[in-house]
Design a protein around this ligand. Structure first.
Ligand SMILES: Nc1nc2c(ncn2[C@@H]2O[C@H](COP(=O)(O)OP(=O)(O)OP(=O)(O)O)[C@@H](O)[C@H]2O)c(=O)[nH]1
Ligand SMILES: [Mg+2]
Length: 387
């Protein structure tokens, strides 16, 4: 490309090299903001490099993902995230063909209150793993981000190094939508990343509600991040979440915090003694470390590796994955039925009247539910009969 083409069109005729304004070539990448696929670096944005906003064929999606083409991977994930029914159909076909190439990654979920250092730990751990030859994909389930979008911005800056590595892929959670829908999309995104050759998946979620249960249901290893000294109440951590954890990482054990972190570790290890194991045949332990200094991070990976070795040998690993698939099936059916029910015209027409009758004590609740379900049932029956 000639030098002059990189200058704006209003550049003075006789401008010397001292004329500082230049038009920089764009960076081509997935809309995840990551670098371009090999061979496509440095091409100008949109106009030249991505002329094909045309729909890819199912085969193009499958082949692109399998060869690790990042642009296609990003688009396959976008397809999965779409709610349009023709997209859902194609996404499912793509997934079906990719399925034989999935399942080989180590799936790790991380939870902890906002600011515990999840993204920072993912950055440090991710960079370490890439240096060891792993391919790392980072996904996030964050229902709060649909409102504030804060975490997405935060993640971009807190995973600065990792985001530039070709062997890493960072995908923020889709904003908006029901939490269950976000969970479904994250699960399917995980599968696509595995088919694209990523062998470590790190899923971040804020530990303040339903989302950690959703993440526990899709990962092999579940890590709880705590910060030293703060009581459980302050950390917004429910005891139930501690019971789900395969390891506790007491983060920010650096500087003045070191002593307090040690005390927290001892306290948690005592408490863990009395809890049933989160995973059969595995003893959950608390360790200290720092996402900033990197202390304890290599040991954390060693714990995850040992967990994998132990549970694979006992069959617990494989059994959990099978159960997760079965439970996911039931979750999807329940979600769909729920949506069908509330979207059905007959139900919609009568719902508020029935609600009113229940609130006014004019109709027993069981009878009201049966009445609405009967309406739904009859209508659904009619629909199936016609098709
Ligand atoms: N001193 C110290 N600070 C840390 C450590 N880890 C994270 N931080 C800081 O804590 C703040 C929050 O870190 P994040 O990694 O964004 O935390 P997070 O858990 O991902 O937060 P959310 O995504 O908002 O839930 C940042 O200012 C980090 O620099 C650590 O090990 N030591
Ligand atoms: Mg974060």
């Amino acid at each position: 490309m000639a030098e002059t083409t990189k200058r704006p069109e209003w550049t003075p005729e006789n401008a010397s090299d001292a004329f500082a304004t230049r038009v920089m070539p764009g960076v081509v990448g997935g809309h995840d903001g990551l670098p371009a696929a090999k061979g496509k670096e440095g091409t100008a944005v949109a106009v030249t490099a991505v002329p094909s906003r045309r729909q890819l064929t199912t085969n193009e999606y499958v082949q692109g993902v399998l060869t690790g083409d990042r642009a296609v991977l990003a688009r396959a994930i976008t397809l999965i995230e779409s709610n349009a029914s023709h997209h859902v159909d194609q996404a499912q076909e793509v997934l079906k063909q990719l399925l034989p190439h999935t399942g080989r990654a180590t799936r790790v979920g991380l939870t902890g209150v906002p600011g515990a250092g999840k993204s920072s730990l993912i950055e440090t751990l991710g960079v370490t793993l890439v240096a060891q030859g792993h391919k790392v994909a980072v996904l996030a389930i964050d229902p709060t981000s649909s409102v504030t979008r804060g975490s997405i911005l935060g993640d971009k800056t807190r995973m600065e190094k990792l985001a530039t590595l070709p062997a890493a892929f960072i995908r923020p959670s889709p904003s908006g939508g029901i939490p269950g829908g976000v969970a479904r999309k994250t699960r399917e995104t995980m599968l696509v990343c595995e088919a694209a050759g990523f062998d470590v998946l790190l899923v971040e979620t804020v530990g303040a509600g339903q989302s950690e249960i959703a993440v526990r249901a899709m990962v092999d290893f579940f890590l709880l991040l705590l910060v030293p000294g703060a009581g459980d109440e302050l950390q917004g951590i429910k005891k139930g979440v501690v019971e789900l954890a395969d390891a506790i990482f007491i983060n920010k054990a650096d500087g003045d915090n070191k002593i307090r972190a040690e005390a927290s570790r001892a306290e948690y290890n005592r408490a863990l003694h009395y809890l049933p194991p989160a995973t059969a045949g595995w003893r959950t332990q608390a360790d200290t470390g720092s996402a900033v200094t990197g202390e304890g991070v290599a040991h954390l990976w060693e714990v995850i590796r040992q967990f994998q070795e132990t549970t694979m040998a006992s069959g617990v690993w494989q059994a959990r994955r099978r159960e997760q698939s079965r439970d996911w099936l039931h979750t999807l059916i329940a979600e769909q039925l729920h949506a069908y029910f509330y979207n059905q015209p007959q139900v919609q027409a009568q719902l508020s009247t029935v609600e009113q009758a229940v609130m006014d004590g004019e109709m027993p609740v069981t009878a009201a539910a049966r009445h609405l379900l009967h309406l739904f049932n009859t209508e659904a029956h009619e629909t199936f009969r016609k098709t």
